[in-house]
Design a protein around this ligand. Sequence first.
Ligand code: C2E
Ligand code: CA
Ligand code: CA
Length: 787
Amino acid sequence: MTDFLACLTQQHDLRLVAVAAVICALGSYSTFALGRQWFRPGKRILWVMGAVLTTSSAIWATHFIAMLAFDPGMAFGFDLLATAASFLLAVLLVSLGALVVVAAPSRLGGIAGGLIIGIAIAAMHYTGMAAYRVQGTVSWEPVRVTVSILSGIAFTMLAMALAFSRSRLQRDLAPPALSLAVCSTHFIGMSAIRLTYDPAVAIPEGALDATVVAVLTANAALLIVGAALAALRLQMLNRRRLAAEHQRLRDLSDIAVEGLLICDRDTVAGVNRSLERVLGQSRETVLGRPIDQLLPGLSVSLIPSSHEIDATLRDGVAAEIPVRVIAQSITIDAKVHTVIAVRDQRERLRAEAAMHHLAHHDALTGLANRLSFTTALAECHAARRKEAGAFALLLLDLDRFKAVNDTLGHGMGDELLRRVAGRLRRAIGEDDLVARLGGDEFAILRPGATDLGAIQPFAERVIDLLGRPFIIDGHILDIGASIGVALAPQDGASPEQLMRNADLALYGAKEDGRGRYRMFESEMNARMQARRSLELDLRRAIARQEFDLYYQPQVDARSGRYDGAEALLRWHHPERGLVSPGEFVPLAEETGLIIALGEWVLRTACAEALHWPGHLTVAVNLSPVQFRDARLASMIRSILDETGLPAARLEVEITEGTLLQDEQRALAILQEIRSLGVRVSMDDFGTGYSSLSYLRRFPFDKIKIDQSFVRQTPQDKESAAIVRAIAMLGASLGIKTTAEGVETDQQSRFVAAEGCDQLQGYLFSRPVPPDRIAAVLRDPAPLAATA
Ligand code: C2E
Ligand code: CA
Ligand code: CA
């Protein structure tokens, strides 16, 4: 080592050594910069040839500049042929090395090429030394020679290995390593040389002297500087292009809606803004992290190309986000990267959940809808078969919902339904299911309810809960509900039959007067059958002329004389005999048959009244359903025209139900009827809960006090008080009052004494068949007759 340092410092001109080192460094740098062009598209061969030439020139020039720096202490010169041969040898061997690298552009190929180039350096050096002639003899120390050759080869291989490194820093160390290879070969080789002055030895004729070699090496150095400048410019261009490429890539990826992860093997090398947003983390915190930190359990090789797979993304707060990923290879800066597109699935899953909810729930109340209820019922039914479990099906219908909806508007109706749903939710148990089937119809599925004892308290509780008034926007809404109950398994072999039977029970509950529940009974089926056949018969009855109008006379309380009669419909059923209107009128209303029937009643009554004494009126009952037809008033007018009955002799009777459905419309039609000169009576007064308020809204001509009060007078104090109050009210408003259902003398005297204007009931006459009514009405003093 001391020899080596002594050789370098004492026998060399250090300034020239420095020049040699700079040339060597420039050459090495250019070598790699140019050589790397092989991996870019373009004139690759030319660039590699440039690199070969630069490398060879650098090795050669370094050698000869260093030789010029060397002072042998005797005359010296350079053999022309050997000098030229050393350069050609360098070019040849370096080309060979480059060929190997180009053929196998990998770290291993690089190392193999490095071996050959290392040999090239040694070959050049020692051929160059063969060209060196001094005035004396040259001898070599073999160990140092070996070390110089091996160190040169080792450093070259290292340089090539570094050039193929993944790390930028290591790659940047490749040119210095190559310089080190050239310099170590040369200077260790120089320390191996032993020169002995011998005046007998002469420098051969034609040997190049130092000046010529200086000019030659200066040329080679210029070539290297030129190459270095070119390389520098190339590198700058490359860098700029690369930066632009990266920027373009980033811009592109940033406008992508999906999250993008750019991976260098399993390391995150880039992310776009979408992914930053999804992650809630910035680019900087994610870069360089292994991919499975973000996508647990995933590595790049695990994602099949162009196949979407589901994965979870771990975000900044360690929450897991469901995602779908797809991978694609792209080449960035001559290197293969994997781009993983990451699609956030949260919104889609949310939307799906919402759709699922929508499909299975009622939008208004949030309860289960009919679809999910029938599914649950079917499941319950199937499970019952297996485990022999029992359950109850309750169908529920609000009693006076329609009135609220019609009079207070749909907004109020909707709010009421939501409140009802709220109460139902609170009423049911954990295992129960409550659903809204549509309109004001609800259903409850109650597993485990095996018998009456189990279901009755529950049904009562629901009835009670819905029977309490609702207070909405200052309105007190009293609606109530009816419930029909069917029990599985006894009340139905299939879910459909259970539903039908619960429906029958509900119908029964309503018939019973609403606000109550009914259990299904097998007779309900029979009754329903009977009802159906009655409906069929009813349809045929008009054509077959099975109807008749009876007339019940009405008596003037003051004079005791008849002053009118009420027309009452009768149906002579071919098999059943006389069917009461209480039984078939509701059916006719439900089926719409009441329209035609009502017209027939009006026409028949008006025609009949013409046979009566001229001061008598005829009263005709109108159904609420008839008010749905806007032509009701004009129909009445044409019947009056047709029959010739004076309008003043006709009375129409309506009930509270008429005003309950669509009050504005009903009032308008009533107004029209009244403007014809026809009188309008309020029937069954006192039974509805808002009778009083209707008196303010329409100028009725007559109030008919319901028979339920009259029947209980005068014993029942309350009924007596009501009759008295209504009679007084009528008197003060100037409206006539009629007491219906007068059956006894006592009742007759009481209601007359209280001021009722008119009396009607069995006491005076039962409804009379049409063929006898005219005769009955001619009787001058019916009251006296009964008294
Ligand atoms: P409504 O209008 O209240 O008719 C009075 C009902 O009371 C009649 O029953 C009559 O026979 C009965 N009645 C009369 N006096 C007495 C009495 O002293 N004691 C008792 N217990 N009952 C008495 P009806 O004829 O069975 O009619 C029942 C209901 O059918 C009527 O009640 C009315 O709402 C309806 N209706 C009858 N005919 C028609 C019609 O042509 N059109 C429409 N839309 N409804 C009708
Ligand atoms: Ca009536
Ligand atoms: Ca009545």
